[in-house]
Design a protein around this ligand. Structure first.
Ligand SMILES: [Zn+2]
Length: 177
């Protein structure tokens, strides 16, 4: 099988426009994310960050979930049914805030496959390198993508650090794999 990250996608037609809104993620959620990605071994895996979003678009991550899925060294696949199992149990008002997955190496830009696998264009997309074994301080080295108009833009380090802020706070974690 072809690895999804061998398939390069076209460059954006327009520049990313920075937004004011921030996604706040507890340090515990980052740690849980790395643990869940590492638990998949030498396979890519997909996770979701859920929580609340206020009227100005600021998000607060409260729940990290790994849905039932197929995982291989070069891609992952979550069925709509597996995702629905999680989404249907979310507390009232909670939204998908980010879709997260791992890549084998250091390349963390979306593939065409990744563009297609996004379940919501309102969520951010995060790609963690080295199957979640990176030791850099988050979000450095992580591919943070945001949808605008017609493209999943990969944010540079400075924009990513402004868009996603690590905070305190508690988070629920579940692994359905
Ligand atoms: Zn990918």
């Amino acid at each position: 099988m072809e690895a999804e990250d061998d398939i390069f996608r076209p460059a954006p037609g327009r520049l990313y426009k920075p937004v004011e809104a921030q996604l706040c993620v507890p340090a515990d959620a980052i740690e849980a994310t790395l643990n869940l990605l590492q638990r998949a071994g030498h396979r890519e895996s997909g996770l979701f960050w859920y929580g609340t979003r206020d009227a100005t678009g600021n998000g607060q991550v409260r729940y990290v979930a790994a849905p039932k899925q197929q995982m291989t060294w070069g891609n992952y696949h979550v069925s709509p049914e597996a995702l629905a199992e999680i989404v249907n149990r979310l507390p009232e008002g909670w939204k998908p805030l980010a879709q997260v997955h791992s890549h084998p190496g250091l390349r963390v830009e979306h593939s065409n496959y990744d563009d297609r696998m996004m379940s919501s264009r309102k969520a951010l997309s995060l790609v963690f390198p080295s199957y979640g074994r990176s030791t850099e301080s988050f979000p450095k080295g992580v591919g943070v993508h945001e949808w605008q108009i017609d493209y999943w833009h990969l944010l540079d380090d400075a924009l990513a650090a402004r868009r996603i802020v690590v905070t305190g706070g508690t988070v629920a974690v579940e692994d359905f794999r």
